[in-house]
Design a protein around this ligand. Structure first.
Ligand code: HEC
Length: 112
């Protein structure tokens, strides 16, 4: 019931193109296996919560954290990785949606 009302809400707010981009971002994040370090649903494990980071940081800082990484601390730099770089805006929007509750953990955001 909760998930259904969330996705209805997301549909009302997002265009079909946005929904498709979010689904692609969701898939890219899974293929890159960010969860290996950031935990199930990316809410923190060995590495900090990506959802909390999206909640508290600007879009610019969020994107820089992923593209530049922090290799000495164990965060790979994804600049030059086409899977991540080509979806970086939608990856930010996906985690911003997770942070504000408009996107539920786990399921792929609805595709049109
Ligand atoms: C090999 C383990 C590993 C993988 C894989 C990984 N990360 Fe990280 N990530 C880290 C670590 C460790 C940090 C904390 C670095 C630090 O202390 O500054 C981090 C930090 C971050 C931050 C900043 C969070 C903060 O609180 O400083 C973001 C955003 C992030 N990662 C996103 C991602 C995304 C998106 C992916 C997949 C594309 C990913 N990470 C894959 C280990 C990883």
């Amino acid at each position: 019931m909760f998930a259904v009302s969330l996705s209805a809400h997301a549909h009302a707010q997002t265009s079909d193109a946005t929904a498709a981009a979010l689904a692609d971002a969701w898939r890219a994040v899974r293929v890159a296996d960010c969860a290996r370090c950031h935990g199930k649903d990316h809410e923190g494990l060995a590495a900090p919560s990506i959802v909390d980071f999206a909640r508290t940081q600007s879009r610019e800082r969020f994107i820089a954290a992923i593209l530049d990484g922090n290799p000495p601390m164990g965060m790979p730099a994804y600049r030059g990785n086409p899977l991540i770089e080509s979806h970086i805006d939608a990856i930010y929007r996906y985690f911003a949606g997770r942070a504000d509750g408009s996107i539920a953990a786990g399921a792929m955001p609805d595709r049109p």
